[in-house]
Write a protein that binds this ligand. Structure first.
Ligand SMILES: Nc1nc2c(c(=O)[nH]1)N[C@H]1C(S)=C(S)[C@@H](COP(=O)(O)OP(=O)(O)OC[C@H]3O[C@@H](n4cnc5c(=O)[nH]c(N)nc54)[C@H](O)[C@@H]3O)O[C@H]1N2
Ligand SMILES: Nc1nc2c(c(=O)[nH]1)N[C@H]1C(S)=C(S)[C@@H](COP(=O)(O)OP(=O)(O)OC[C@H]3O[C@@H](n4cnc5c(=O)[nH]c(N)nc54)[C@H](O)[C@@H]3O)O[C@H]1N2
Ligand code: SF4
Ligand SMILES: [Mo]
Length: 714
């Protein structure tokens, strides 16, 4: 089995042409796609036209799936480390060798720490039924997703108010009249369908208020742009809520029937006037008053987007929370052009997919990060990743010996790579399952190559939403290298560990049959269009039937979770330090053509990648003697220094500098990306264990860096 195809993984090398419906894998949005295959090669990729919102569109990254497929600079065979961790010395291994090696180390881990000493993190989302089953079968509760450095604060904020996570609140952008975005750079940091709906809505006259310390492309499209001070959005929202209550433009019927805790809200915003917020955010009080009149006229078709992590600081949870409260005040919940709570198949009269996790015994051990117990506001379903690393460091509350990173690159995605590396180095076993050489895989003990998204099939996924559906990633072509799909890899490890039969399937079709049991949907139907929609029209619950999934059935401004956690439901705004001299907040973001750190080695995306520069306001550049286009030294926490070209522009707030994320890779085998640009995560010194206590997410935008001319004195 050391080379060629594993007997139970299909080879698809048939001559002639065919069309396969599948899912893009160039970012975690996983858009539905149509793949044209000619003589066993991918000839064309486009959006799946059977999904109306998608049409044939793809973004630049999606279209660059073909150059990734035919690039040889990706993982080709299992590798076992021979030198020191991170030194880049490897030996090629057969799958049997690599998997036996892993099983042996897992047994050592179990002996030292018990099964709970095994952890896994992945990219969250549609396919986690597989990874959760794998861990559950091994007997460990320690499944994590990537989200502590992404949208966790928004997620946990949503749970605390509405009783459902962030992805369960969807936005009817097409029909909205006013969209409010807090650093949600919707057309650069994009999802294809959402970006299309946004552009269509703008053409139909939608207002868009965009709030960001820097002007992104979305700012250029918006009807109003507020360049607020970094990390001050909570003050802004308290100011807006004050004015909404004062002008009495909230939906009184909705508030009366569906919100609990209005007294606490009134008390919190009593003095947070538009003038008060102006002191903190820099946004003129008169603008707040005008804005509130405008949204009152547009209500209830008004959406305050709770963001992804607006903007990744210690009160982010409350920024998202107050944005979600504003939606409730405007009565924009479960209305056309507002926020629609996602429906499960069961809620629209269908059976959902059968879960693989039901095939493994439940795990009773407590989670190592205390999510859901020590930290009641943190969703235990996927935890808070940095606390896993804290446990690797301290062996508290218990030790962690083995860690799988699957479709996840923490050395790029967690702040302070040095601290992350230090924690990972405590492990007995670090396994990376990836398709290319990530920073984390280079530091791992074993690298397992997964077949690319065009060469493999995944388990089916269930997408809850206004119109829930089942989606399929199907195999389009035969693998080019000695790689395997994830379901096969996890199955093989469980078999070597005698860990039950939860994943004992011979083919992906067998898994699909199991998942579809009782749904009335067949594999053939799934293959026909790639998606099976379970509702003809978007399901919006009428007000007289509306009930929220919280203990009280209402939107809970004061709820049990925060109370249990001993945290205030509406804390006062905490003003942040104002950095002066050569100190700046380091803000970051992404361009439309790159996905995090994974795209820069793609032959085409590398060619069109924007030059990474450091945006700086002229008022701050001048006293430092820094001119536009000059190379400067940027330093994070006095530890990590790098050189970067400055872009002097008034479109960044004077207190901050901004740079693109995803640069500064160090793996020599990824020759196009290696050494290109600066890694913001390495400048975020000390931020691995700094987080929002209520949401758990990392406080990355509180990073302060120093900047000086090359050769200037510190
Ligand atoms: N400093 C800083 N940190 C950040 C951010 C930032 O802007 N700045 N952004 C944050 C955000 S929003 C997020 S979501 C996270 C993202 O962090 P990650 O989830 O770690 O990043 P990704 O690039 O999505 O993908 C992770 C890995 O999946 C691999 N991969 C891609 N396709 C496949 C596949 O088909 N199979 C397998 N097995 N692996 C695959 C990629 O090669 C990559 O190594 O980073 C966060 N961290
Ligand atoms: N092209 C592309 N698209 C993507 C991704 C990708 O990697 N590439 N990743 C996907 C993922 S995983 C995610 S999470 C989303 C991320 O989507 P977003 O969160 O919308 O995107 P970012 O680019 O991380 O950040 C957007 C803006 O936040 C601003 N910001 C920084 N500090 C503050 C602040 O204090 N207040 C406010 N209001 N704004 C602030 C930054 O200046 C930046 O312009 O994008 C998704 N789409
Ligand atoms: S947004 Fe672009 S890269 Fe991401 S899944 Fe969709 S098409 Fe692919
Ligand atoms: Mo993200």
């Amino acid at each position: 089995m050391s080379s060629g195809m594993a007997p139970n993984v299909r080879g698809v090398a048939s001559p002639g042409s065919r069309t396969v419906y599948s899912m893009c894998g160039m970012c975690a949005t996983r858009c539905p796609i149509e793949v044209k295959v000619e003589d066993g090669r991918v000839a064309w990729l486009q959006g799946n036209p059977h999904d109306k919102a998608m049409g044939a569109s793809l973004c630049a990254r999606g279209a660059a799936g073909i150059p990734l497929e035919y690039d040889d600079e990706r993982l080709q065979t299992p590798l076992i480390r021979t030198g020191a961790r991170g030194a880049g010395r490897w030996r090629r291994a057969s799958w049997d060798e690599a998997l036996d090696y892993i099983a042996e180390k897992l047994r050592e881990t179990i002996e030292a720490y018990g099964p709970r000493g095994i952890a896994l993190s992945d990219r969250g989302g549609s396919f986690t039924d597989l990874t959760k089953t794998f861990l559950q079968a091994l007997g460990s509760p320690n499944y994590f997703d990537h989200d502590a450095s992404c949208g966790r604060n928004a997620h946990n904020a949503s749970r605390s108010l509405y009783g459902v996570g962030r992805t369960a609140i969807t936005f009817d952008l097409k029909n909205t009249k006013h969209l409010v975005l807090y650093g949600r750079n919707i057309i650069e940091s994009l999802k294809v369908k959402e970006a299309k709906d946004f552009m269509a809505a703008l053409s139909n006259g939608m207002h868009c208020t965009y709030i960001d310390p820097r002007a992104s492309i979305t700012a250029c499209k918006a009807t109003r742009f507020w360049q607020l001070r970094p990390n001050s959005d909570y003050a802004l929202n308290l100011g807006i809520i004050h004015e909404v209550l004062k002008q009495e433009v909230y939906d009184k019927d909705f508030v009366e029937r569906f919100i609990s805790g209005m007294d606490a809200l009134r008390a919190t915003v009593k003095d947070t006037t538009p003038e008060w917020q102006e002191q903190h955010t820099g946004i003129p009080a008169a603008e707040i008053r005008a804005f509130v009149k405008e949204i009152a006229a547009d209500a209830p078709r008004v959406i305050f987007h709770p963001g992804w992590m607006v903007a990744r600081h210690k009160q982010s949870f409350h920024v998202s929370r107050t944005a979600l409260i504003l939606n409730a005040l405007m009565g924009s919940i479960e209305v056309k052009g507002g926020c629609v709570i996602a429906k499960s198949p069961e809620e629209v009269g269908h059976k959902g997919l059968k879960k693989l996790t039901d095939r493994a015994p439940k795990v009773k051990e407590p989670r190592v990060d205390g999510a859901g117990t020590v930290h009641p506001t943190w969703d235990p379903a996927s935890g808070i990743l940095h606390q896993l690393y804290a446990a690797m460091e301290t062996a508290q509350p218990y030790g962690i010996g083995a860690y799988f990173v699957y479709r996840h690159d923490p050395l790029t995605s967690m702040p302070d790579s040095e601290a992350t590396r230090q924690a990972l180095d405590k492990l007995k076993l670090l396994v990376a399952i990836d398709v290319r050489y990530s920073e984390t895989s280079w530091f791992a003990d074993v690298i397992l190559p997964e077949t690319s998204y065009l060469e493999r099939a995944n388990i089916l996924c269930q997408n809850n939403g206004p119109r829930p559906n089942f989606g399929m990633r199907d195999q389009a072509i035969a693998p080019r290298f000695d790689s395997r799909p994830a379901w096969w890899i996890f199955r093989e490890i469980l078999q070597r560990m005698d860990a039950g039969d939860a994943l004992d399937f011979e083919t992906i079709e067998e898994i699909w049959d199991y998942q579809l049991e009782g749904t009335g949907v067949t594999v053939a139907q799934m293959r026909e269009k790639g998606i099976v929609s379970l509702a003809d029209v978007a399901s919006i619950t009428p007000r007289d039937k509306l009930k929220f999934k919280t203990p009280s059935g209402k939107i809970e401004i004061e709820g049990e979770l925060l109370k249990k956690a001993g945290l205030p439901s509406l804390p006062p705004y905490e003003p942040k330090e104002v950095p002066t001299d050569n100190r700046f907040y380091l803000l970051f973001g992404r361009p439309a053509t790159l996905s995090h750190g994974q795209s820069l080695n793609n032959p085409v995306l590398n060619e069109i990648a924007p030059e990474q520069t450091l945006w700086m306001h002229p008022e701050r550049a001048k006293p430092l003697g820094i001119a536009d286009g000059e190379e400067v030294e940027i330093n994070g926490g006095g530890r990590h220094s790098a050189y970067i070209k400055v872009h002097v522009t008034p479109w960044i707030h004077p207190e901050a500098v901004f740079m693109l994320h995803g640069y500064g890779a160090t793996v020599p085998l990824a020759t196009r990306a290696c050494g290109l640009g600066v890694a913001d995560q390495r400048l975020q010194h000390g931020k691995l264990y700094e987080f929002d206590p209520a949401g758990g997410g990392n406080a990355m935008t509180e990073t302060i860096v120093t900047v000086r001319r090359k050769g200037a004195k510190q």
